[in-house]
Design a protein around this ligand. Structure first.
Ligand code: MC0
Length: 137
């Protein structure tokens, strides 16, 4: 079951410039952190205590986000949906005909994550997130 939209990921060329732009747009400050597991530096904006908007700048040319920027330019990179059981949900999605990038959850910033291929979801890269339990590392 999908609980909610967890975050929206936007690929940007210059994090500093885009953070200034989005801080002006949203009226909230960004929390900036490295996510070496996905080879990006991200700026997270919490809006209304619910959905986050995450700006993603590649850490290097071998990042998936660098390839995306090169091919398609800045813009919507992915939508992340929160689930309770990542592995169960990935199995269900596969049975429903979605193409999995990850057969099993792997470590991400917010918890266990797994991706569905954009070619099977109307051109949108979808990330499933099973958030880390509060208090665990
Ligand atoms: C690529 N394509 C996309 C896309 N990335 N379409 C929509 N949204 C995206 N984000 C399209 C390309 O334009 C191309 O279409 C086709 O998919 C194949 O792309 P490619 O450039 O040849 O690249 P591949 O096949 O090597 O890899 C694409 C794939 C990959 C989505 C499988 O990027 C991947 O595994 N992504 C999941 C991991 C990820 O993106 N991590 C970074 C963000 P055409 O029509 O030209 O064939 S995750 C993150 O930041 C963390 C911190 C988080 O949110 O938790």
């Amino acid at each position: 079951m999908i609980n909610r939209v967890h975050h929206i990921g936007i690929a940007v060329n210059n994090l500093k410039e885009s953070v200034a732009l989005f801080e002006k747009l949203l009226g909230v400050k960004a929390h900036i952190q490295g996510a070496p597991c996905q080879k990006v530096t991200e700026a997270r904006f919490k809006i209304g205590g619910e959905v986050e908007i995450d700006l993603l700048e590649p850490m290097g040319p071998d990042s998936a986000v660098a390839k995306f920027l090169e091919k398609r330019g800045e813009g919507l990179h992915h939508i992340a949906l929160e689930v309770e059981d990542i592995n169960g949900e990935l199995r269900t999605m596969e049975k429903m005909g979605f193409q999995l990038i990850d057969k099993e959850g792997r470590d991400g910033v917010a918890g266990q994550i797994g991706f569905l291929h954009p070619k099977s979801v109307s051109g949108v890269l979808v990330e499933l997130v099973q958030p880390r339990k509060k208090g665990s590392a």
